[in-house]
Design a protein around this ligand. Structure first.
Ligand code: NAD
Length: 429
């Protein structure tokens, strides 16, 4: 099939490359020309394992290109996925400005296009958005009727950053929320050669599945952190506890990972958006609000623990790991941001290291020291905080920490190997 994708962020680019890997002809659209030039050269603007190789391969096979020309992209394709950002407004509710704009643009293009076209919302949007905003804008601008002249679906994306390609190509499930059978059939055909379960629902259910899944996972993490904080006080390693808890099939061992809290572009914003939505509906989202407040406190707990050990004013503190998770260069809402901010407020001199995310962090903190290796960050430091569980940190040994002024290491992620590094303190263990 011929597919266009609007928005070439983590989701749009992975989706576009993924569909091209599956043999479709893909045109990706964005407003950022520099980004598109890089993509067309086979130089991925984001770090995702395997993405750049697959992008290069699809470009060379003529199955993929990127452009700013939305009109051509829609005209030459059968299906258009919308994967622009849906950030939070100041009050935490979802900001639909990009969705509004793109749907109006698509409407104006469909006015001129002959034949049937399906528009699929892949961005995470609160229930009602696809029909009340996207469908309505397209109908208004095109003068055409949804379900007759064009189709509408909502196809939430569940990929995890750091594993985006793997997750896109081998998902646990595909959810297609469809306005009508014809719209759904078109999208289902695109996923024909994916070896997974396809769940077809109405549009609102699909929108809510995405929020519910993210809110549940975020809640599982905050729950584990609450238990972990208790465990720490009792001298118990919460990971030993969760190893036993996770064996229960009803619970599963995943996302029981206590630590320095969750970040990223999805969990904080999506839970917040659902909380806002719940309030407009007059329901009290107590549990979800607590999920967020437990997380907020957890994010800077490493600094509180450090302050129990020393006055950080004037001290050199090494922060290992900036990305919100390993395998990604994304620092949006990363706990490292609040940790660095708090350390600076307290007068510490901060030196950081991350294998992939330093470039993105420079936009937040241009004036802190960026080390090229873990050891460069650690040498001469008074304290070291481990904030992201990059696999390379597992290889660190006592020798790597031997040139610290004081060996104060506080671990937020179970990243260090206790057989190789001794004397560190864990956040929940
Ligand atoms: P992103 O911010 O990385 O990328 C969005 C892209 O859209 C940017 O490149 C931006 O330039 C582009 N854009 C904005 N307006 C545009 C327009 N008018 N025309 C063309 N392009 C435009 O966002 P993302 O992380 O890829 O997330 C996209 C959506 O997918 C969000 O709703 C997010 O919640 C959801 N989602 C994200 C993830 C994730 O892990 N990042 C996972 C699942 C779902």
């Amino acid at each position: 099939m011929n597919v266009s994708i609007v928005g070439t962020g983590y989701v749009g680019l992975s989706t576009g490359v993924g569909f091209s890997v599956k043999g479709n002809k893909v045109i990706c659209v964005d407003i950022l020309e520099d980004k598109l030039n890089r993509i067309n050269r086979g130089d991925s603007p984001i770090y995702e394992p395997g993405l750049e190789e697959k992008l290069k391969d699809s470009l060379s096979r003529g199955l993929f290109k990127a452009t700013t020309d939305l009109e051509k992209a829609v005209m030459f394709t059968d299906v258009t996925f919308v994967s622009v950002g849906t950030p939070s407004k100041e009050d935490g509710s979802i900001d639909l400005k990009f969705i509004e704009e793109v749907s109006r643009q698509i409407g104006r293009i469909l006015k001129k296009k002959e034949g049937y076209h399906v528009v699929v919302v892949k961005s995470t949007v609160v229930p009602g958005t696809t029909e009340d905003v996207v469908l309505r804008n397209i109908e208004k601008e095109s003068g055409k009727k949804a379900g007759e002249h064009f189709g509408i679906c909502m196809n939430p994306e569940f990929l995890r950053e750091g594993r985006a390609m793997e997750d896109f190509l081998k998902p646990d499930r595909i959810v297609i929320g469809e306005l009508d059978k014809r719209s759904g059939d078109t999208v289902a055909k695109l996923y024909d050669n994916f070896d997974t379960k396809i769940l077809r629902t109405n549009i609102k259910v699909a929108e809510m599945i995405k929020y519910t899944a993210n809110s549940f996972l975020a809640t599982k993490i905050s729950f584990s952190n609450e238990i972990g904080n208790m465990c720490k006080k009792m001298g118990i390693d919460v990971y030993d506890v969760m190893a036993g808890v996770g064996l229960d099939k009803r619970i599963s061992p995943l996302f029981l990972w206590a630590g320095a809290g969750f970040g990223g572009s999805c969990f904080p914003k999506d839970v917040q958006a659902l909380v806002s939505k719940a309030k407009t509906l007059g329901t009290d989202p107590h549990l979800l609000e607590k999920t967020l407040s437990v997380n907020q406190r957890q994010k800077t707990m490493l600094v509180d623990m450090l302050e129990n050990r020393m006055d950080v004013k004037g001290k050199r503190v090494a922060v290992l790991g900036l990305a919100f998770k390993p395998g990604s260069d994304d620092v949006r809402e990363a706990p490292s941001i609040e940790i660095i901010r708090k350390l600076k407020e307290k007068g510490a001199s901060v030196v950081v290291y991350d294998p992939k995310a330093a470039g993105n962090m420079k936009m937040f903190f241009p004036n802190i020291a960026y080390a090229q290796t873990s050891r460069d960050a650690i040498n001469g430091a008074d304290a070291c905080l481990i904030v992201t569980e990059w696999s390379e940190f597992r290889n660190l040994t006592d020798y790597d920490f031997s040139k610290m002024k004081e060996k104060v290491i506080i671990e937020g992620r179970k990243a260090l190997d206790p057989n190789k590094v001794h004397g560190f303190e864990g956040i929940c263990w």
